[in-house]
Write a protein that binds this ligand. Sequence first.
Ligand code: ZN
Length: 104
Amino acid sequence: MYYLCILFDRLSTYWLPNFPNATRNAKRTYWLRGMVFCSEDGRRLVGHFSKGIYRYECPGKRGKIGVPKCGCPNLLGPELEGRVWTEVADFLGNPDIFQAEMDR
Ligand SMILES: [Zn+2]
């Protein structure tokens, strides 16, 4: 469905301080913008808001002349963010992995 590229500087400078606001803020913050990639074609997912629902979607789905459309599903924002946040929390809750990343 998706794969995640965790950029550590963004995790510490952007995600962690903003996460509580990002979930509450009515004016959506696509806090995963630039960090989640389509598992089908590897494109960076972009935030898209319509009819009161926001999603992350693959630009490959829009289609271009001569390029087949990507068949990946749209991902609902709150669902994806919830899932990713769980993964991040697990990750941060594991001091060994966290330390290894910080030491790189
Ligand atoms: Zn795609």
